[in-house]
Ligand binder design. Structure first.
Ligand code: NAG
Ligand code: NAG
Ligand code: NAG
Ligand code: NAG
Ligand code: NAG
Ligand code: NAG
Ligand code: NAG
Ligand code: NAG
Ligand code: CU
Length: 568
């Protein structure tokens, strides 16, 4: 008996050893600090992680435990979001300020802990408070577990492309000015590729990113749009792309001469370095669907083959070609690209599209114009203040994080009655709308039962003008089963849904003056932010939160809050 028990204990120890050996933890330290950075001959002191711009790359394997200690050394409050990481039951580590945590204040630290669970591909991380993500962002690359190969030809090497947006002035001053007067914020001075604007600006000859490639090799380009307010077209002269993954979900290989990528979206593409040795321009410029002012510049970088003869490496003797980019308002090419992507749906990577729907949601997206408060100066159209809303609710950030309020039953922070349908039905995309454009200001959440199959119809409106909004949902990936222009028609449109291999994403560009239908299983208890990834629209209130209830057992419930969770 005793012997049996000893043996059993020994056996348990061996099992524990094996489990521990497989349990890999990757540790990172992020220090929020100032750094002087010069671009376009303007030097500014800006917020960075560890002094780097863009910030450090996080590289992990699927299944790893990730631990990131963030210490704030600056005057501004800070939080970091691991964009696209599902955070199964670990919502405390998600990062949006006043949604899942209160900010990390000066002199304090918070350690984000989570497991990367059933996700492989290119994601990114960024600050999730005010507009700090302008300078605080970096790549988050998830490699397969060693034993699993990619479902596409093995790349010989990788390249990282992070798009950003550069302002010569301090970004927080720009937001503060826009918030004060309710007008549109100043547009950026340049887009960037890996922090560099490229050749096409005054005083930018030093500000060029160069990617070296070996002739004959296959490259995996990990592409992230970390710009604040603009969707971008991207192409490389004389080279085509094969898209193999979007938002850390595999796709059917899709060959294309250009890509379209919205803020919040990420993508992996294969590029063959099979052209005559030389220097080729990579370029990105915006895809534009609205009439508000925008940054219309083009950012460039160089793809340079290694072992160029010295005669070839001189621009003068070797012409460098510009890629053919779609026109900035080419919504046909934009639509063709976004409707051509399909999830892989293979035997190893099946697409489990929810077929029976339990929770039906219809959300209108609107840009609003609010009356100017008495005695104030407002710089929006017609002397009003710009705002934005979902189902006519313009999101007001609470002073206590929603997840903390929900977990500790703190009343008065939010109300659980976010409308599941628009409070008033109208012809959403009528260009001659004549409605009261004031939204309702509130902090309401939509409560979703655990494991419900959710269908969410996102409907753009022409309230203050239509626009393509990249809507991002935290905590979930969703299938995009359909999209179209005009008003969603519940009788006609479902017959066109793709329920077999729709693309799976965490951020969807809802067509300007159109709609998109998303489906997901609410299998992740917690409070999850949904918002437009155009930072200017989120600032105006184009946001809401889902509250997914706990499941019946402890293993289907959110974990306890970590002891170092920042207090409010
Ligand atoms: C940035 O430059 C200013 C002015 O030259 C200097 O005072 C400051 O110490 C610099 N900051 C950093 C982080 O290097
Ligand atoms: C925004 O642009 C206006 C007009 O160019 C300029 O006067 C103002 O100083 C800018 N604001 C900031 C914060 O840079
Ligand atoms: C690259 O593309 C340009 C413009 O499309 C074309 O003129 C040129 O011949 C191409 N270069 C090569 C090496 O194919
Ligand atoms: C960009 O906008 C500026 C100012 O509105 C205009 O002068 C310029 O021609 C535009 N450039 C392009 C490439 O459209
Ligand atoms: C919050 O309220 C629920 C239901 O009334 C209860 O089950 C739970 O224990 C409460 N939680 C806390 C932290 O008080
Ligand atoms: C809605 O508005 C559009 C665009 O103005 C118009 O074509 C359509 O007929 C309207 N639909 C209804 C039902 O009134
Ligand atoms: C939105 O809410 C505001 C304030 O309650 C109201 O005045 C307005 O009519 C509503 N608009 C719509 C389209 O529901
Ligand atoms: C920083 O966060 C704390 C806690 O939420 C808040 O009280 C304080 O006002 C914030 N500071 C700034 C500058 O926003
Ligand atoms: Cu938007």
């Amino acid at each position: 008996m005793n012997f049996q028990r000893t043996f059993f204990l020994f056996f348990l120890l061996v099992i524990a050893e094996i489990v521990a050996a497989k349990h890999v933890t990757k540790y990172f330290e992020f220090n929020v600090q100032y750094q002087n950075v010069t671009r376009l001959c303007h030097t500014k002191s800006m917020l960075t992680i560890n002094g780097q711009y863009p910030g450090p790359t996080i590289a992990v394997n699927e299944g790893d435990h990730v631990v990131i200690k963030v210490t704030n050394h600056v005057e501004y409050n800070m939080t970091i979001h691991w964009h696209g990481i599902r955070q199964m039951r670990t919502g405390w580590a998600d990062g949006p300020a006043y949604i899942t945590q209160c900010p990390i204040q000066k002199g304090h630290s918070y350690t984000y802990k989570f497991k990367v669970f059933q996700q492989v591909g290119s994601l990114f991380w960024h600050a999730h408070i005010s507009w700090q993500r302008a300078t605080i962002h970096g790549a988050f690359n998830i490699y397969p577990k060693k034993e699993y190969p990619y479902p596409f030809p093995k790349p010989d090497a990788e390249a990282q492309i992070l798009f950003g947006e550069w302002w010569n002035d301090d970004v927080e001053t720009i937001v503060a000015e826009a918030t004060k007067y309710g007008g549109g914020p100043n547009v950026s001075d340049a887009y960037t590729i890996n922090g560099q604007p490229g050749l096409l600006f005054p005083c930018s000859s030093k500000d060029v990113f160069v990617q070296h490639v070996d002739h004959g090799k296959r490259y995996l380009f990990r592409i992230v749009n970390a710009a604040l307010n603009d969707e971008l077209f991207f192409a490389i002269a004389n080279h085509s792309f094969t898209v193999v993954e979007i938002d850390a979900t595999y796709t059917k290989p899709y060959k294309t001469e250009f890509i379209l990528i919205a803020p919040g979206q990420t993508m992996s593409v294969l590029v063959m370095a099979d052209q005559p040795k030389g220097r080729y321009v990579m370029a990105a410029r915006p895809y534009v669907t609205s009439d508000v002012p925008f940054d219309n510049t083009t950012t460039t970088a160089i793809l340079e083959y290694t072992d160029l003869k010295s005669s070839e490496s001189h621009e003068s003797s070797h012409p460098i070609f510009m890629p053919k980019l779609p026109k900035m308002r080419d919504f046909l090419l934009a639509t063709e690209f976004s409707t051509s992507l399909r999830s892989l749906n293979s035997r190893e990577f099946p697409s489990w599209v929810p077929l029976k729907i339990d929770t039906h949601l219809l959300f209108t997206i609107a840009l609003n114009l609010q009356d100017c408060p008495k005695g104030k100066i407002c710089k929006g159209y017609f002397g009003g203040r710009f705002s934005a809303s979902v189902n006519n609710q313009s999101f007001v950030h609470p002073h206590i994080a929603l997840l903390q309020a929900a977990y500790h039953n703190i009343s008065g922070v939010f109300s659980p009655d976010f409308p599941n349908r628009p409070p008033h039905q109208f012809n959403y995309t009528d260009l001659k709308l004549n409605l009261n454009m004031n939204p309702h200001f509130s902090t309401r959440v939509s409560v979703i039962p655990y494991n419900a199959n959710v269908q969410l119809i996102l409907q753009d409106t022409s309230m203050m003008g239509t626009e393509n909004h990249p809507i991002h949902i935290h905590g979930f990936n969703f299938f995009v089963v359909g999209q179209g222009f005009g008003n969603y028609d519940p009788l006609k449109d479902p017959s066109c849904f793709n329920l077999v291999d729709p693309p799976m994403r965490n951020t969807i560009g809802v067509p300007s003056g159109g709609w998109a239908v998303l489906r997901f299983k609410a299998d992740n208890p917690g409070v999850w932010f949904m918002h437009c990834h155009l930072e200017v629209h989120t600032s105006w209130g184009l946001a809401m939160a889902f509250m997914v209830e706990n499941g019946p057992t402890a293993l289907e419930s959110i974990r306890r809050p970590p002891s170092d969770l920042p207090p409010c």
